[in-house]
Design a protein around this ligand. Structure first.
Ligand code: HEC
Ligand code: HEC
Length: 229
């Protein structure tokens, strides 16, 4: 019995050696050429769904977000934005400040996605999830907020808060108010837009200086609640 078990691996090793390197390359080429697109797509889709299980722990099974964990809605965010943020987290460009507690939590999660292809697939998957309804938790002066919004923000984020891909500015009408307030405070206090390579974050950091205080942040976020949907 022992002999037989020993024989099996050495036989396959011999077979491999007999095939030679050329044979191996030919095998790899032919197997990738023969795998049809539908099988490959199905396998990738399954992989993306498996990866998303991890995300769902914090962002919810539909990507709707979980306020108790301060994990934002990701469902329905544009693919390009999700991809750009996952890349920033992966490279340590977002979640870089030592006091950015929540960013520091997200950063190792993005590092669990090992390949660029997985990042792209996951970003697509997330962008296709149906948008969740927003909650109202922040009170502010909407009229004042509108003045701030059209004074500064709409140039990049659009008149309806829909975002502008050409300027890398994300939509602001998908996120819940508690997350928006926290991000604006992060920018204002330098926790986001901190890394030298975070040019988008730094740009946003300079824009937020147009909101004089935390009340102005609440006002503009209250106004955003009236847009979109
Ligand atoms: C341990 C909890 C946790 C897990 C798991 C997690 N996230 Fe996050 N994620 C967060 C938190 C918290 C934030 C907010 C970070 C901040 O405040 O800057 C965040 C932020 C994000 C953002 C930025 C959203 C925006 O509007 O800028 C994206 C995109 C994102 N996560 C996607 C994912 C994906 C995809 C996965 C799975 C690979 C994942 N997250 C796994 C907690 C988590
Ligand atoms: C010059 C263009 C520009 C202007 C003006 C601008 N933003 Fe931004 N904003 C951006 C960019 C680019 C990002 C993405 C930053 C990143 O990649 O992390 C962003 C990100 C944000 C985010 C984070 C969204 C998320 O999902 O995490 C919020 C909130 C935000 N902006 C609100 C505002 C508000 C409010 C104003 C007006 C006071 C404003 N922005 C003005 C370009 C701009």
């Amino acid at each position: 019995m022992k002999e037989a078990r020993k024989l099996a691996p050495s036989l396959s090793l011999m077979a491999l050696m007999a095939l030679g390197l050329g044979g191996l390359i030919a095998m790899v080429i032919s197997s990738s050429a023969s795998g049809d697109d539908t099988t490959r797509d199905a396998a990738r889709q399954q992989r993306t769904q498996q990866l998303f299980v991890m995300c769902a722990n914090c962002h919810g099974d539909q990507g709707q977000g979980k306020q108790d964990l301060e994990a934002p809605t990701i469902a329905g965010l544009p693919r390009w934005y999700v991809q750009s943020q996952l890349e920033k987290f992966r490279k340590g460009i977002r979640g870089a400040h030592p006091d950015d507690f929540r960013g520091l939590q997200m950063r190792p999660m993005a590092r669990q996605i090992y390949t660029d292809e997985d990042v792209q697939d996951l970003a697509f998957y997330v962008s296709q999830l149906p948008r969740a309804s927003r909650t109202t938790t922040i009170q502010g002066d909407k009229a004042k907020g509108a003045t701030y919004y059209f004074g500064t923000c709409s140039t990049c984020h659009g008149d309806m808060g829909q975002g502008m891909k050409a300027l890398n500015a994300p939509p602001l009408v998908i996120q819940n108010d508690w997350y928006l307030v926290r991000q604006l405070e992060n920018f204002k206090e330098g926790r986001r837009g901190y890394h030298a390579k975070d040019s988008g974050g730094m740009l946003m950091k300079s824009m937020v200086s147009k909101l004089p205080d935390s009340q102005a942040i609440r006002d503009v976020v209250a106004y955003l609640g009236t847009l979109g949907d």
